[in-house]
Each structure stands twice: as C-alpha cells, then as structure tokens.
Design a protein. Structure first.
Length: 170
C-alpha cells in the first residue's frame, strides 16, 4: 500500500509540475492562420507519456488545454491534438518502451489525427471555414518541434537513464 501511495504522490506531483510548465510555456506560440502552434505542449506530452503513462499524459493535456482556454492563451483546437497525441505517445511507450517511438506517436496523434479532427471542431464551434486537412501542417510542425526537443532532452540528460532504469534496462 505504501508503494502505491508513493507512486501516486510522485505522479501527481510530476503532473502538477508539467501542467504548470505547460501553462507557463504556452505564452510562447507561433500564429498560423486560425491555429496557434505550441511546441512546448508536445514536449510536455512526450515527457508525460514516458514518465507518467497514457492516463496521466492525457489528463495533463486536458488540464493544460482547459487552463489555456480559460485564460485566453489557447483555443478549442488544443483539445483534439494534445489529448490524442498524449494518448498515442503513452500507449506506444507502454507497449514498446521507446521514448523515440513515443515521440513519433505524439507526432502522428497530434500532427495528423488531431490536425484532421480539429477542422470539424473549428467549423462547428469557431465559425472558421477551413478544409479538412488545413490544420495538419501547423499541428505537424508544432508536434515535430516539441517531439524533437523531448528526444534531445532524453538523450542529453539523465532522463534517459531514469527511463531506462524504470523500464528495467539497467
């Protein structure tokens, strides 16, 4: 029981830090038409997927998107991209144990699937007239940047050793 509490406390504390970073770093974005490109959200998604798992990663993406929307730092388009990317990255890491493949999951989940799902959302709730694949390029660029930063962090810091140790590779 004590191990479970320690693990839960660790995950909640790390989630809090990631959510805070996600909100703070969301002041940095690149405008692209009706979308805003947030590379740091994708960095947070990959880190959360690897360090916390898919459930916490999706929860973090949802909370960050909600806070960004409430504070005027984001748009409704943050939900489909960030949550799908976080889920896919987390599931890939859980099954394959590779942070590089998790980053690829973020790229596919956010950049492609989330980009496609954002168009109907923009049309229905934001009154934007956009083509189905309009958001794929900005979402892909944003998630590519964030995923590459995540890979560099894992490879250039002790994070890689921590992840490998937790997965039983050391």
């Amino acid at each position: 029981m004590n191990d479970f509490r320690n693990k839960m406390t660790y995950k909640m504390a790390l989630s809090g830090v990631m959510i805070a970073l996600g909100v703070i770093l969301s002041t940095f974005y690149i405008p692209f038409g009706a979308a805003k490109v947030f590379p740091f959200q994708h960095l947070i998604n990959v880190l959360g997927a690897v360090l916390l798992g898919p459930a916490y990663s999706v929860m973090n993406a949802f909370v960050i998107s909600t806070i960004r929307n409430v504070t005027g730092l984001g748009s409704l388009l943050a939900y489909p991209g960030s949550m799908i990317g976080a889920f896919l990255a987390g599931m890939i890491f859980r099954t394959r144990g590779s942070y590089r493949l998790a980053a690829l999951g973020e790229l596919v989940g956010t950049g492609i699937i989330g980009g496609i799902l954002a168009a109907p959302l923009a049309i229905a709730f934001m009154g934007k007239e956009v083509a189905l694949f309009f958001f794929v390029i900005p979402f892909f660029i944003s998630s590519l940047a964030g995923s590459l930063i995540a890979i560099l962090l894992f490879e250039g810091t002790a994070l890689c050793q921590l992840v490998m140790k937790r997965k039983g590779h050391y």
